[in-house]
Design a protein around this ligand. Structure first.
Ligand code: HAS
Ligand code: CU
Length: 561
């Protein structure tokens, strides 16, 4: 093909679907953040093996600066940008509607400005306050404003997707929202409710405080507002993966979604129960009555249920694929699944990791078990098999078909992509083993233990075996990161073009019209469910927050680095 005709083909592609370009922008920015963040990860793993590599990196002033960069780029920036791409593109294409381009590009640029502001604040070592930014640790105002802009941009994207669904509903009376759009809209509504805590904290406390407009803030109140958003944010990271597991993966396995109703119900339960559970991060905080902590603990068990439903529905759906491909017997369908395709395998490995992430989560949420593992390395162990694998490996798997779909460029190498996926999975499982185990031996999280002072040497010698295991995982993950990004950028910058028939389609599992009746109709009345979700939040947080607002104990900021 000549360059001229390539340009023409591209023009046609982007004209028909201008949302492709903004999706690529969101993904490329998000994954670039992940590249930098993930390269810092092995340093943290080696730290827990007693090997201090920070001293060799002149551009990092401290372990805590590195940890802040790692957490913010991976958990906050990568996720939010990637989700804005995925949960804009997939529902828009399913509804066959084009988003308002100036609006979503506006959101992208706003988020990019925010990212640069927060990034400069961290890199200049003015905000080594980690991704939880608890006061009284005080960062630069650019850190708080930057992150707020990233959140505002995500809300703009979410608002646009909600608008698209309303438009679709008007044009299709009597039909239920198609499933991928349904799941996406529920996720965006959940996020809209979830961010209330963070926005209040930023606008009324952290930003004015960092600008010097107020002298002091109450750490307990700020922590509570943080976790108001900080728990549901983990479902904001998880649900886009679920969208793929329910809406796309059954088709990729060659099967079908076994229950549309259960899938919708699971998402609805996330809308209701994601937010009123934040105290499970604060079981050891003073100032929150034990009874309220217990209520949040019980609600957390409720929010485990939709994931259990998911484990059932998704496995059964994959089974239909394995059987359609000739699998027989109780387990004979498993080897028949398309394990040779990286786009499939990466996501199933993400699912498997989440079995362990979920089991650990239940332990964390238990009122009586939490004190054993709180603030130990168990917690990073937990969140690397949830957001670090279930979410991230699923997003990676999605890029293996989505990038070729969006850009009409061939995947750099399916073989390398498979290697990257397996190494990421094995590396994270080994990391989680080492970190959970060290946590049980009371090794603290967020501690520069490779650099203990002379009199503390040997303090954690009991944890030598899991410490070694953790170090090994750092090496495996390093190779996994390099391979994955070779595939990612190798695809993005490829010169070769796919023909129209070679370009992968979006593997929507359900392309049938669903009548809006019965249970589906009840589940589709989202306004009512959003109101109910708000009522639950008001019940679970109202009394405690009112008390905290009325009895604030503000203290000035600290800079400990
Ligand atoms: Fe968590 C701390 C409880 C899920 C992330 N969590 C964290 C932190 C992060 C995080 C980042 O209650 C640390 C925050 C910090 O820095 O302090 N978590 C839970 C519970 C769940 C849970 C009950 N967490 C997540 C998800 C995350 C995430 C999802 C990110 C994406 N977590 C806690 C608690 C704490 C906590 C406490 C605070 C602890 C403390 O003291 O600080 C549940 O949602 C989990 C439910 C999951 C399941 C598993 C279902 C399994 C599925 C896979 C099926 C497999 C298949 C494979 C289909 C019940 C769906 C088939 C295979 C074939 C071959 C076919
Ligand atoms: Cu949580």
């Amino acid at each position: 093909m000549t360059t001229g005709s390539i340009a023409v083909t591209q023009a046609v592609v982007t004209e028909a679907h201008p949302e492709k370009r903004v999706t690529v922008a969101f993904l490329a920015t998000g994954f670039s953040a992940l590249l930098i963040g993930a390269l810092l990860g092995p340093l943290q793993a080696f730290n827990y093996a007693g090997v201090d590599l920070y001293q060799y990196l002149p551009f990092l002033a401290s372990y805590y600066q590195g940890l802040t960069l790692h957490g913010v780029l991976n958990a906050l920036v990568f996720t939010t940008f990637a989700i804005c791409g995925l949960l804009l593109y997939l529902p828009a294409r399913e509804l066959k509607l084009t988003p308002s381009m100036p609006w979503v590009w506006g959101a992208y640029w706003l988020m990019l400005v925010g990212l640069v502001m927060a990034g400069v604040a961290i890199v200049s070592n003015s905000s080594s306050i980690m991704y939880t930014f608890y006061p009284p640790l005080m960062g630069h105002w650019a850190f708080y404003i930057g992150l707020t802009l990233v959140v505002v941009g995500s809300l703009m994207v979410g608002g646009e997707v909600i608008r698209l669904r309303q438009k679709w509903k008007r044009e299709h009376p009597g039909e239920a929202t198609p499933i991928v759009a349904y799941m996406s809209v529920v996720t965006w509504w959940m996020w809209m409710i979830a961010v209330i805590g963070l926005v209040i904290s930023m606008v009324f406390f952290l930003i004015p405080w960092s600008l010097g407009l107020i002298d002091a803030v109450d750490p307990q109140l700020a922590r509570t507002l943080f976790w108001f958003t900080g728990h549901p944010i983990v479902y904001f990271w998880l649900l886009p993966a679920y969208v793929s597991w329910y809406g796309l993966m059954p088709r990729q396995a060659g099967g079908e979604l076994v229950s549309d109703g259960l899938a919708r119900l699971a998402f609805l339960m996330f809308l209701l129960f994601s937010t009123p559970v934040g105290f499970h991060h604060q079981f050891t905080d003073p100032g929150i009555p034990a009874a309220w902590k217990l209520i949040h603990s019980l609600m957390t068990m409720m929010v485990g249920i939709p994931s259990l439903l998911t484990a059932f529905t998704v496995t059964a759906s994959l089974e239909t694929g394995g059987r359609a491909r000739g699998g027989r017997g109780v387990f004979g369908w498993i080897p028949k699944l398309p394990w040779h395709r990286a786009a499939f395998t990466a996501q199933v490995l993400g699912m498997i990791s989440f079995i362990f992430g979920g089991a650990g989560g239940m332990i964390n949420a238990s009122f009586n078990l939490n004190p054993v593992i709180h603030n130990t390395t168990w917690i990073p162990g937990h969140f690397h098999v949830t957001v670090g694998t279930a979410t991230t490996l699923t997003f990676m798997g999605i890029t293996f078909w989505l990038l070729p779909h969006l850009t009409r460029k061939p995947l750099f190498s399916n073989r390398l992509a498979l290697w990257a996926s397996w190494l990421w999975f094995v590396g994270m499982m080994v990391f989680a083993l080492g970190m959970h185990w060290q946590g049980l031996l009371s090794v603290p999280r967020r501690a520069h233990i490779a650099n203990l002072s002379a009199e503390l040497q040997g303090l954690y010698s009991e944890a030598a075996v899991p410490a070694f295991i953790t170090g090994v995982s750092g090496a495996i993950l390093f190779v996994g990161v390099i391979l994955y990004f070779t595939v990612f950028f190798g695809t993005l910058f490829a010169r070769a073009r796919l023909t129209e028939s070679e370009t992968p389609d979006i593997p929507f599992t359900q392309d049938v019209r669903i009548h809006n009746q019965g249970v589906t109709k009840v589940l589709d009345r989202l306004n009512i469910w959003v109101i109910l979700a708000l009522v639950l939040v008001l019940f679970a947080y109202g009394p405690v927050l009112v008390d905290m607002f009325l009895n604030q104990m503000p203290i000035p900021g600290l800079k400990l680095w």
